[in-house]
Design a protein around this ligand. Structure first.
Ligand code: ADP
Ligand code: MG
Length: 293
């Protein structure tokens, strides 16, 4: 079982008033097998990126996590930073949602894509050769791989991140909004790339606000709402027969034109995610009442 979340809860401690927290994930259990792609869809703030970061053990310092993330049968909470560093990028890699934070503005992209290979002990020449080929595979035109991130289009930068995630040939891929800023043709190509990875036996966790992309790439789709799994359904049913009214609302709220951001919220009153230590015991009740959107 490559990637499994078991009863995962994540809260963030908020600065300001003492003891205030926000619940980002509430008792999430999910498995992604080899050769399987599972999509996570949900509006902005529903906890998607928190799930992605938890899978890589990269949650911010103010996060409190309980439950477990299991990679290849190993509970990652039992791994030291050094052990986790060995797994990261080699066994499991990620396309981060915000590429601005990931790409180094002062290094050429070909060098940045080659970096994990060099860190793994490959010679610089061999690593650069593989990096060039991977960028070519990601349809970055020859010559443009020598450019700096700011010289590329948003779509190209997105594909550079995908190249970085694939370069070490990891068994698991976590893709957080990999098509947020790409055109329709590139989106279809990236769907093809993802399906190929799945067919090669990879386990892929695909986070997207784009339900049609989820349907193209994944076997199963999980709908997150306010940190809870609301519905889990075969992706082919996602657009045709979503069972839950919230999923139908998500589908309707998806803009027809390409957009580079998360979905706006869907009408209805989400439960307050914030809690103080005082009202922590009652937050679940409030939540359950307001799930019928
Ligand atoms: P999504 O990716 O679905 O938009 P996130 O996982 O980014 O959702 O966020 C889930 C919730 O956790 C949101 O309410 C967000 O404001 C909150 N959150 C995320 N990261 C932090 C953080 N580092 N500190 C405090 N709150 C956070
Ligand atoms: Mg996000």
């Amino acid at each position: 079982m490559p990637l499994q979340f078991k009863n995962l809860n994540v809260k963030y401690i908020l600065s300001g008033a003492e003891g205030n927290t926000i619940t980002a994930l509430n008792n999430i259990s999910l498995k992604i097998n080899e050769g399987e792609c599972v999509s996570i869809v949900g509006e902005s703030g529903s906890g998607k990126t928190t799930l992605a970061l938890a899978s890589m053990k990269l949650l911010s310092q103010n996060a409190i996590m309980t439950g477990s993330v299991v990679i290849n049968g190993v509970d990652t909470s039992e791994l030291s930073s050094e052990e986790m560093r060995k797994i990261r990028w080699n066994e499991i890699s990620i396309v981060f949602q915000n590429y601005g934070d990931v790409l180094n503005p002062v290094h050429k992209i070909i060098n940045q894509v080659a970096e994990p290979l060099i860190k793994n002990g490959e010679s610089r020449n061999a690593a650069l050769d593989k990096s060039g080929k991977m960028l070519d595979y990601m349809k970055i035109k020859t010559g443009r791989s020598m450019l700096y991130p700011h010289q590329l289009s948003a779509g190209e930068r997105q594909r550079v991140l995908m190249a970085m995630a694939l370069i070490t040939d990891p068994k698991m891929l976590v893709l957080d909004e990999p098509v947020a800023s790409v055109d329709a043709i590139t989106k279809l190509y990236l769907a093809e790339v993802i399906r190929k990875q799945v067919n090669l036996g990879k386990a892929v966790l695909l986070i997207t606000h784009d339900l049609s992309f989820a349907a193209l790439c994944s076997d199963y789709t999980v709908v997150l709402y306010s940190g809870n799994i609301l519905e889990s359904l075969p992706s082919e049913e996602l657009l045709d027969a979503p069972r839950h009214p919230y999923t139908r609302a998500l589908d309707r709220s998806f803009p027809v034109m390409e957009r580079a951001k998360d979905l706006a919220g869907v009408r209805g009153a989400p439960p307050s995610q914030t809690s103080t230590p005082k009202d922590a015991s009652s937050s679940q009740d409030v939540h359950n009442q307001s799930m019928s959107v």
